[in-house]
Design a protein around this ligand. Structure first.
Ligand SMILES: O=P(O)(O)OC[C@H]1O[C@H](OP(=O)(O)OP(=O)(O)O)[C@H](O)[C@@H]1O
Ligand code: HPA
Ligand SMILES: [Mg+2]
Length: 193
């Protein structure tokens, strides 16, 4: 057994001192993923779904969601970046890794960790839509309604959250905190150090 300190919400990989407040616990996230997966299993019954995970933020969500979804799925990943190490979007989306295969005729379900300004997803949907999928929908774990700059049609949303920068469960600040098992905000001094 490890001797690492355990925070009030369980193991926090030692990030505890940087955390300001917890928005969503591991249990709330797990329950929501099961709820989304149940709904999507009904909507896609009899169809084969191609999950497209948006790296890197959606990697934990993709992994838990694919296991919860009681349907055969295939997985592809695309890596895009618009934030770098900043806390607001540059508005410029860059493809860092494209899909490995053609999605023509497929039922594509994009999995995103968060919709903040909506710029990444708006760009991504145009890009994927031009490749001829049979259907194209989005399932996002988080959305910040007060931050949206571009309206994007999103069929499945886990949680609406306040307009604060959050980390954990795949979401990073300067590449840190993705491995935190819950979603939280950081103390202001973390940004100034
Ligand atoms: O709605 P938006 O304002 O466009 O923000 C959402 C996007 O920003 C984050 O990605 P980021 O660019 O930080 O890359 P990462 O997933 O590798 O951290 C997040 O994972 C979403 O993909
Ligand atoms: O609140 C956020 N946290 C981490 N990454 C993000 N990318 C867009 N919004 C966020
Ligand atoms: Mg990021």
């Amino acid at each position: 057994m490890s001797d690492a300190p355990v925070g009030p919400l369980g193991p926090d990989h030692g990030y505890g001192p940087d955390i300001d407040h917890v928005l969503l616990t591991t249990e709330q996230i797990d329950d929501k993923i099961r709820e989304l997966a149940d709904r999507i299993a009904v909507d896609y019954a009899g169809r084969e779904v191609l999950l497209v995970g948006v790296l890197k933020g959606a990697v934990l969500f993709m992994s838990d969601f694919a296991r919860a979804l009681q349907l055969p799925t295939q997985m592809e990943f695309m890596a895009v970046s618009s934030y770098g190490s900043a806390t607001s979007s540059s508005g410029i989306v860059r493809i860092l890794k494209d899909l490995d295969r053609d999605i023509t005729g497929k039922h594509v379900l994009v999995l995103e960790d968060i919709i903040d300004s909506g710029l990444t997803l708006s760009w991504l949907l145009k890009n994927l839509g031009s490749r001829g999928p049979e259907s194209l929908e989005v399932c996002a774990l988080l959305r910040k309604p007060d931050a949206v700059k571009v309206d994007v049609p999103v069929k499945y949303v886990g949680f609406e959250i306040p307009n604060e920068f959050v980390v954990g469960y795949g979401l990073d600040y300067a590449e840190r905190y993705r491995d935190l098992p819950y979603i939280a905000t950081l103390k202001p001094e973390v940004y100034s150090s």
